[in-house]
Design a binder for this molecule. Structure first.
Ligand code: ARG
Ligand code: ZN
Ligand code: CA
Length: 238
């Protein structure tokens, strides 16, 4: 009624050790961070430069913790291959993906000599693998995280691309009000960072800056996300 879309969240915590079986409070912290970021309440938004504050958006999605499913597994690590999304491969089956955001929390995802913080499926994929996967160390508030990996991944889940369009100058994220850039940002960049002839929006959730330095979505990104829920969109039923 107030124009805010409500999305129930199902967490699947797949753990081996007790420390990987993260507490409810950490999952609640994660929900709080999502609600800050999708409702114009990010704690760092006061640092957004004026040219970008002009297109900052209140996306208007409220995330509600619906259920927590806990599954013990003897796996020490997972590949980003969706195996955690199936009980038959030691994970946990998706729950009503047409109605819910499913988030799988796993212990560790090594990949190409590094670690993946999280990954998401774009709209239009199989319902059986619909949702977001997070490393437990990057879920909610931890020594490594303030919860912005989930915000980034939910952006992908709602059809957003990386802000640099995953290519050099000219590669598009299909959003007009995010300036073109030639690659991801790292750390906590100072303003301005000029690439492709414009200042980079390094504080956009769809860039790769560190959590405390990711602070905004734009109006164009909001429109792209909302079209997923529009009549004829991928999640019309939700
Ligand atoms: N590497 C992941 C991805 O591309 C997540 C990056 C999240 N970044 C962050 N600062 N939390 O989907
Ligand atoms: Zn990404
Ligand atoms: Ca753009």
């Amino acid at each position: 009624a107030d124009g805010v879309l409500e999305i129930p969240v199902i967490f699947h915590v797949i753990y081996r050790t007790q420390s990987e079986n993260i507490p409810l409070s950490q999952l609640e912290d994660q929900i709080d961070a999502l609600n800050e970021d999708f409702n114009l309440n990010n704690p760092g938004r006061n640092t957004i430069p004026a040219e970008f504050a002009a297109v900052e958006s209140n996306v208007g999605i409220r995330f509600v913790l619906e259920d927590v499913i806990r599954v013990q597994s003897n796996k020490r690590q997972w590949r980003p291959d969706d195996s955690m999304k199936f009980t038959s491969s030691g994970g946990s089956d998706v729950v009503n993906p047409q109605q819910n955001l499913n988030i799988w929390v796993v212990n560790n995802m090594p990949y190409r000599g590094g670690n993946i913080l999280g990954y998401a499926q774009f709209p239009g994929g199989s319902w059986s693998t619909d949702g977001v996967v997070l490393d437990h160390r990057f879920t909610g508030t931890t020594q490594y995280s303030t919860g912005r990996t989930a915000t980034h991944e939910v952006g992908h889940w709602l059809n957003l691309r990386h802000i640099w369009g995953d290519g050099g100058c000219g590669a598009s994220d299909f959003v007009a009000d995010t300036p073109d850039s030639d690659g991801p940002s790292r750390g906590c960049p100072t303003y301005p960072q000029v690439n492709c002839g414009t200042n980079d929006m390094t504080m956009n959730f769809m860039d790769y800056s560190d959590d405390p330095c990711l602070n905004m979505f734009t109006e164009g990104q909001k429109n792209r996300m909302m079209s997923v829920f529009a009549s004829g969109g991928f999640r019309e039923a939700m």
